[in-house]
Design a binder for this molecule. Sequence first.
Ligand SMILES: NC(=O)c1ccc[n+]([C@@H]2O[C@H](COP(=O)([O-])OP(=O)(O)OC[C@H]3O[C@@H](n4cnc5c(N)ncnc54)[C@H](OP(=O)(O)O)[C@@H]3O)[C@@H](O)[C@H]2O)c1
Length: 302
Amino acid sequence: MKILLTGASGNLGMALLAYFQTQKTITNHYEWLTPSSSEFDLLNIEQIKQYLQINQPEIIIHCAALTDGKLAKTNPEIFIQANSYATKNIAEYCANAGARCIFISTQSVFGQYPKDIYYEGDKIGALDNYSLSKQRGEEYLQQIIPNQHVIIRLGRLMGYYPHQRVKFFQYAIDALRQNPPTIEAVADEYENISSAVHVAKFIERALTHQDIKLYHLVSKGGASRYDIMKKIADYFQVTTEIIPISLQKMQKLNNVPNRVNLLDSRYHQADSPIILPHQPWQDDVGDYCQSLNLSNLTQITK
Ligand SMILES: NC(=O)c1ccc[n+]([C@@H]2O[C@H](COP(=O)([O-])OP(=O)(O)OC[C@H]3O[C@@H](n4cnc5c(N)ncnc54)[C@H](OP(=O)(O)O)[C@@H]3O)[C@@H](O)[C@H]2O)c1
C-alpha cells in the first residue's frame, strides 16, 4: 500500500518519519512517498494532480502547508492557494481514487466564536489568514470526502529539528543553551501544546482504523511561552531568569484570541479508541526534554 507524506521536510514531517522508521510493521507494510516541495508544490495544482495520477497513493498524510504567519498577513492569496485549494485537489483525487486523507490542522481554526473550551463539534471560525486557509482546507475535506478523511487539530508542536522555519520549542532551546542572564517570554497568551510522538502514534492507528474523522490531540491544559520556557529551563537546570512580558510588548501580529483551549478527544469521548497517555502539558514537556537525550543543553549541536 502506498502512503504519500507531504511536508516530510517540515518539523512534524521529520518527526513522523523518524517515528515510523522505528516501526518495522509500518516500514515493511507500506511504500512511502515523500516528495520535496518542488516535486509536490502546493502552489502548482497541475503538478499536484499529475503527481497523484502517476503515483496513485492510497493514503495521503497531508502535513505540508505554508505556516509563516507574517507572510500570511501580507500575502493571504498564496495561503488560500497552498493550504486550501491544494487540499481541495487532494480531496478530489481521494474521491476519485477511493483514497484517504489524514490532514493536519490547527487549534487556531477557532476564535471567532469564543468559548472557554473547544470541542471537536464546535463551530470553527478563524481570525487570521493562515488559520482561515487551514479552516478552508478542513471544509473541503468534509464536503468532498466525508467518509475518507481524518482531521487532526494540533496545538503548538513540540519539536527540535534543524529547519529553516524555527518554531517556538526550537527557539526556546536555542535561546536557553546560550545561558544568557535573562530571556523575555510572553506570559499572557495561552495555547495547547501537542507532542509530535503522540501525533505519530495516532496516525499509526488511523492507518488501519477508519473510526475517527475529527480529533483534537493536545496535552492537558494551556501554557504560555513563559510557562514553557520556565519548564524547559527547570528541566535542564539553566540559570537564566525568564522574565514574563505581555503580548502587547511583543506587538501581536495577528488578531487571534489570547486563549485557545481545545479539549482533547481522549478526555471526553468515553468510547475513544485512542489509548495514548493523556497527561498535563508539564509532563509532556518533561518527556519531550528527556527525549532530547541530553544531560545539559550545551550538548546540542546543529
Ligand atoms: N508547528 C506547529 O506548532 C503546528 C501547530 C498546529 C498545526 N500545525 C500544522 O502541522 C503541519 C506541519 O507543520 P510544521 O510545523 O511541520 O510546518 P513547517 O516546519 O513549516 O514545515 C512545512 C512543510 O510544508 C512544506 N511546504 C511549504 N511550502 C510548500 C509548498 N508550496 N509546496 C509543498 N510543500 C510546501 C515544507 O517544505 P520545504 O521544507 O521544502 O519548504 C515543509 O516540509 C502544517 O499543516 C501546520 O499547519 C503545526
